[in-house]
Design a protein around this ligand. Structure first.
Ligand SMILES: Cc1ncc(COP(=O)(O)O)c(C=O)c1O
Length: 365
């Protein structure tokens, strides 16, 4: 038996006819960057998220960086986020020139602890970036209340379609940032990202910043110091196809997750879905003290499992020279030692999921 952790090709094959048609349409159009496909995707994705607007950019990291810039965050400011996240969240803060302040997480949802946030708030705090990790929303009611004096930028890179208190994530802060990296719930076949929001002025700034500060009316006039972070037409056309299937794909993830949660032994700490939250299981993450042994035993049976993430950002070699500020992060460090992501994607069949369960049971013996 061989069940890899992920299978991106099967995700393409599931919608091959539609994706091929979309790519062909762009190739034939003769227009490859920031055109009709990108504009239409921006409208469709904003509508999906229940947001007033969307700006397509070329990665989730850039989405966070440009959102911070649009909020005026820069050198001398502090931005609070978590250490238990993709390094991208912290890299984007560093790109803005601000100092990342990393706080601990809730042990059940692995998202920002509101108490830890409250302790870290200071007069220098200019923005807070909660991460909706693994597909589960952070506690936005508490976070927005604590962070009422500064900007809240939601990192939704792992949470396309997730909901909190009945509303899509991304609608609680000032801006929301998405990645369309191929493994994401809404994945392109290359790099891509977006910023969504309801504040037209902030979104307008992101739009200016993504292409050298130019406006559509005045190309080659840089009104602000911007960058090149454009979403290309091929990726936008592919994303339009995938967006049509996102709810069905998320439902397939949820079905597999509920099968795992019903059948996996209680020796493992399993994911929780908090009341009033809709989890979209970007990852199905269990926790187990002897994680490395479990992972090796799964690998010996042909089952691929991932670790998200093995080293928290504050312990990464690149961040040891005062680049980030932090206090003790015991929950984060325990999670890094113990979390394990089991195979879960929309094309994983129920039979394969049952095989994974059997392999886990055998590995725990
Ligand atoms: C939580 C989180 N934030 C930000 C990013 C950055 O996205 P990208 O890889 O598109 O730059 C990712 C994905 O890698 C992510 O998982």
């Amino acid at each position: 038996m061989n069940i890899p952790f992920n299978e991106l090709r099967s995700g393409y094959l599931a919608y091959q006819t539609e994706i091929d048609e979309a790519v062909h349409r762009v190739l034939e159009s003769g227009w490859y960057i920031l055109g009709r496909e990108t504009m239409t995707f921006e409208e469709e994705f904003a509508a999906y998220c229940g947001a007033a607007g969307c700006v397509g950019v070329n990665s989730g990291t850039d989405a966070l960086y440009l959102a911070l810039r649009a909020c005026g965050v820069g050198p001398g400011d502090e931005v609070i986020t978590v250490s238990h996240t993709a390094v991208a969240t912290v890299a984007a803060i560093r790109m803005s020139g601000a100092t990342p302040v990393l706080v601990d997480i809730d042990p059940d949802t692995y998202t920002m602890s509101p108490n830890a946030l409250a302790d870290a708030m200071s007069p220098a705090t200019r923005a807070v970036i909660p991460v909706h990790l693994y597909g589960h929303a952070a506690d936005m009611a508490a976070i927005c209340e604590i962070a009422a004096t500064c900007f809240v930028i939601e990192d939704c890179a792992q949470a396309h379609g997730a909901r909190y208190q009945g509303r899509p994530v991304g609608g609680f802060g000032n801006l929301a940032c998405y990645s369309f990296y191929p493994t994401k719930n809404l994945g392109a076949l290359g790099d891509g990202g977006a910023v969504t929001g309801n504040d037209a002025a902030l979104l307008g700034k992101v739009r200016l910043l993504r292409e050298y500060g130019w406006t559509p009316q005045e190309r080659y006039v840089s009104h602000v110091e911007g960058v090149n972070s454009r979403l290309d037409e091929v990726q936008a056309a592919i994303l339009r196809v995938r967006l049509r299937h996102l709810d069905a794909d998320n439902e397939a993830r949820r079905q597999l997750a509920s099968l795992y949660s019903a059948l996996l032994p209680d020796l493992l700490k399993k994911p929780v879905e908090r009341e009033h939250c809709h989890h979209v299981y970007h990852l199905y993450v269990v926790q187990y003290p002897e994680r490395d042994r479990l992972r090796a035993r799964l690998a010996a049976q042909g089952i691929g499992a991932g670790i998200h993430y093995p080293t928290p950002v504050h312990l990464q070699p690149a961040y040891q020279a005062g680049q980030v500020r932090t206090t003790a992060l015991p929950v984060t460090e325990q999670a890094a030692r113990e979390v394990l992501s089991l195979p879960l994607h929309p094309t994983l069949g129920e039979a394969q999921a049952r095989t994974v369960v059997q392999a886990v049971v055998a590995a725990l013996q």
